[in-house]
Ligand binder design. Structure first.
Ligand SMILES: [Zn+2]
Length: 338
């Protein structure tokens, strides 16, 4: 990254952040202590290696292995609640004014919790922080996930109706192995139940996956980077202003594009697509939302373009109008946005 002095927005929004990818060394230690769990090493350096990838690592499998320790620490009500609380406190300290934290309840059932209990614990942690935030429940790609995914969709509907906090669904997991189109039925149910959703698409798979997600009714696209492969799709994204949740550092580390010089962020902005910047897995990637905005500037994005992206993020957020109005006011006051 350039060493030239840069000016960043003063406040941030993060719409694409996985809870289990946000477990930093200090949070991991706090969670282990809370539940008397022994960590695999007593050395900070060794633990850091298990929680985050080195800057020069660009291997997807190595990246995915970094979820193992966080997930093992998130198997009790107390630790799930505490993790939601601590991650939000970290975001507040990083000048984040609104965040959507996503996670798959079915990943946290190894020690006997039900999806409902996992969600209750998450909501408890969410409410303990003053950060304006909400939760996206992830369904998972993979074998034998039908029953658990169906339950996630049904619980999303129930909690959306009865509680503040759960606001949408997502589809996460190995896009390269399990096609987005395999989940048409599941998300047609979500549509029928009026549960909004974003879908990971166009990350490990190509433009067809993004097109399929749009056909399935996705309100936003998680990543969507590989839409650059298809001009007609880019027109569709522009015409319908479907927000893309771009996560440049994560995309660089998992080699979504072979060379970041060809990363389509500037191109998407020039084409007037609805672009937002996010962290994805800040602990695993050793990044923060401010780093992502700094990185975007190194890829040719201006401060004014970034301020516009933040307003796009507000419009794209799965939250109510009153919250959006408040966020816009905050952004316009602190940044140079008119
Ligand atoms: Zn993601």
């Amino acid at each position: 990254m350039s060493t030239k002095k840069i000016t960043l927005p003063t406040h941030f929004i993060d719409l694409h952040l996985h809870l289990d990818g946000a477990i930093t060394l200090d949070i991991a230690k706090a969670l282990a202590k809370l539940q008397n769990q022994t960590l695999p090493s007593s050395s900070d350096a060794e633990l850091s290696k298990l929680l985050s990838i080195p800057p020069d690592c660009e291997d997807l499998n190595e990246y995915l292995r970094r979820f193992d320790l966080p997930i093992s620490l998130l198997q009790t009500k107390e630790s799930i609640s505490e993790a939601f609380y601590l991650v939000q406190e970290k975001l507040i300290a990083q000048n984040v004014i609104y965040a959507e934290l996503r996670f798959a309840p079915q990943s946290f059932m190894q020690r006997g919790l039900s999806q409902r209990k996992v969600i209750e614990a998450a909501l408890d942690g969410l409410s303990r922080s003053h950060l304006s935030s909400s939760i996206i429940l992830c369904c998972m790609r993979g074998l034998e996930r039908e029953k658990a995914n169906l339950e996630t969709v049904q619980l999303a509907k129930e909690y959306l109706t009865t509680h503040d906090g759960i606001t949408a669904l997502d589809l996460a997991g190995a896009e390269g192995l399990f096609a987005t189109s395999d989940y048409r039925e599941l998300f047609s149910l979500a549509s029928k139940l009026d549960v909004p959703f974003t879908l990971h698409a166009g990350e490990a798979a190509g433009a067809d996956s993004v097109r399929c997600a749009i056909e399935m009714g996705a309100r936003r696209i998680g990543h969507g980077v590989r839409a650059f492969e298809d001009d007609a799709l880019l027109s569709l994204l522009k015409g319908n202003q479907i927000p893309l949740e771009l996560c440049p550092t994560s995309n660089r580390q998992t080699k979504v594009v072979s060379d970041m010089k060809t990363y389509p962020l500037s191109d998407f902005v020039k084409r007037e697509l609805a672009v937002t910047l996010n962290t994805d897995n800040p602990a695993i990637s050793s990044t923060t939302i401010a780093n992502e905005f700094a990185y975007a500037q190194s890829l040719g994005i201006t401060l004014a373009q970034e301020e516009k992206m933040l307003l796009t993020a507000v419009d794209a957020a799965f939250t109510d109008k009153a919250t959006k109005d408040k966020l816009k006011q905050l952004l316009c006051k602190s940044n140079s946005i008119e």
